[in-house]
Ligand binder design. Sequence first.
Ligand SMILES: [Fe+2]
Length: 216
Amino acid sequence: MPTRPLERRQWLIGAAATLATPQLAHLAAAASPPIVTPGQTEGPFYPVKFPADMDADLVRVKGQAAQAVGQVTHILGRILDTRGEIVRGATVEIWQCDAQGIYSHPGDSGHKRHDAAFQGYGRVQVDGAGRYAFRTIRPVAYPGRTPHIHFKVHAPGIGRLTTQMYVAGERLNTTDGPLNGIRDRKARDTLIVALAEAGDLEAGALKGTFDIVLAV
Ligand SMILES: [Fe+2]
């Protein structure tokens, strides 16, 4: 059955509902202090030129009739501090390759074949509860790397963090250089996100939760 695209507003509301368990999150945070999200290399493909459309929906590009190739994936999360409190006013950026493993970046030898319907980069501000949500595609492997999404968080008055999010169960996770460069297993595991069916948000799509804890 073809997937019916949702309006941006609908899936953002759905994303908010998924994360609406602040009491439980607070209790969990009280039980054990959250692990600071480890930083990762920015890599060579941070945009040199931002796309004209750089909203939270990377699957749709303004002016493109087609939707990006790839499996639609919702990535949701909160920006927290080490006490488990939400961080207000943070900006979250993501960037990743398209479904063929190509970045929209002149440093990628295949960039002329980049999927024009895939935005490749998105930027949002967290809402009043410290939450962000992106609609993107499931990341794919490219030579030398396991699937990942690059993240950069700017938190006014706190600082910034550059890291990468990985997908649970990917075969290449065990040999990926940047991921396994994190020696502390618990810290490494915080970057690995389980993806599940996102039927409540969008039929046929996946979703995963990636909370980011900033050192304060
Ligand atoms: Fe990358």
